[in-house]
Ligand binder design. Structure first.
Ligand code: TXA
Ligand code: MG
Length: 339
């Protein structure tokens, strides 16, 4: 199959909407990462997403809508959900709600809940409006690869597997949406993203965070979200993350780099001048910069063929929890905190 990669304009958007209506799979940009979309209500179309990604069938998809008005046939919308949508939609917050019979089991991997989200990216929004369908869309990477934050990343992974990629430039958030479970007593963050638990608590009154967000699942422990069971975001190289003040972390990074062979450093922008001529790339200065750049850097590291990635992280709290959750998984939880 030939894979077209077109700048998102009026014409390519119309083509994408037609393909979606015909049950085909199209990749499109969102503010978080690129998504691999198909009609969420069409069994065959959803199966084509799983096939293109080589995604295990037990990992459910997020259903994207143009507005909250599209939800009632798909799920039971609670008062709490309405308040959260009012506060954070369109934007990087996914809500887990009890599904109706309209949503096929392939989309939710047989679960009684459905994940729904209204993205804020203008191209995603235009596409959702143009096709008028709820669109199931996981991140547009092949399973086990970092989520794509540019159209070129999608092309790398999906070439020959899908008919069309809409190019809307680099994603501004860079990590996937916050996944919030609203089916229990207290709203619970299953996957941290740009919308933080603190922000959610300000609207919902309370919000917890799944304890497995920053640690591996214990043997036999049930995953709060199927996505957490699967290996994720792992670069080919071994990776270690160091967290602490610059004065503790930088000398440690340097010592480890110098003792290793074929290593690379991912450091905060402000630390780069302290690293001499060592091979080092920037993660920006803030946790938000780190979130925007991390997946791009992991792909670059794979292409470089380095054997050891030494990364400078942030304390895993507040707005840094999203990037640290991904760094922790990329490093198989090899995180060293230097007090
Ligand atoms: O930002 C995002 O959320 C991106 C863009 C494209 O919207 N999408 C995305 O989808 O990250 P995906 O499939 O890569 O991640 C969805 C996560 C998975 O960890 C999945 O297990 C979880 O959400 N999930 C989906 N439906 C669920 C459900 N009913 N119950 C529990 N977890 C669910
Ligand atoms: Mg994904």
């Amino acid at each position: 199959m030939e894979t077209l990669c077109l700048p998102a304009d009026r014409e390519s958007l119309a083509l994408a909407a037609d393909l979606l209506k015909a049950g085909r799979v199209v990749a499109f940009p969102t503010e978080t990462v690129y998504g691999l979309g198909a009609n969420a209500l069409d069994d065959g179309a959803v199966r084509a997403i799983f096939a293109a990604k080589e995604r295990p069938a037990d990992n459910p998809l997020i259903v994207h809508v143009a507005s909250p008005g599209q939800l009632p046939p798909l799920c039971h919308v609670t008062q709490e959900a309405l308040k959260l949508m009012e506060a954070f939609w369109p934007g990087p917050l996914t809500l887990l709600l009890t599904k109706t019979e309209r949503v096929p089991d392939v989309t939710t991997a047989g679960l009684p809940s459905v994940a729904v989200r209204c993205p804020s990216h203008p191209v995603a929004n235009a596409l959702l409006s143009a096709c008028g369908l709820p669109i199931a869309a996981p991140s547009a990477n092949r399973s086990g690869r970092p989520s794509p934050t540019t159209a070129a990343h999608v092309y790398e992974d999906m070439r020959g597997r899908i008919p069309l990629i809409l190019d809307g430039g680099a994603c501004s958030v860079g990590v996937e949406s916050t996944v919030l479970d609203l089916t229990g007593k207290i709203p619970c963050v299953l996957r941290p993203g740009a919308v933080t638990a603190e922000e959610i608590a300000r609207v919902a009154g309370q919000c917890s965070v799944a304890s497995s967000v920053m640690r591996p699942l214990r043997e036999g422990e049930a995953a709060p979200s199927p996505g957490m069971r699967h290996r994720h975001y792992a670069p080919k190289a071994k990776m270690t993350v160091l967290v602490g003040s610059d004065s503790r972390v930088i000398p440690d990074l340097i010592a480890r780099y110098d003792a290793a062979k074929n290593a690379v450093i991912l450091a905060h922008e402000s630390a780069l001048p302290l690293l001499g001529d060592r091979r080092a790339y920037s993660l920006g200065d803030t946790p938000e910069d780190g979130a925007r750049l991390l997946f791009r850097r992991l792909r670059e590291m794979d292409a470089l063929g380095c054997e050891y990635i030494l990364a400078q992280g942030w304390k895993a709290e507040g707005s840094a929890l999203a990037v640290m959750n991904r760094m922790a998984r990329a490093a198989a939880f090899d995180i060293i905190t230097l007090e």
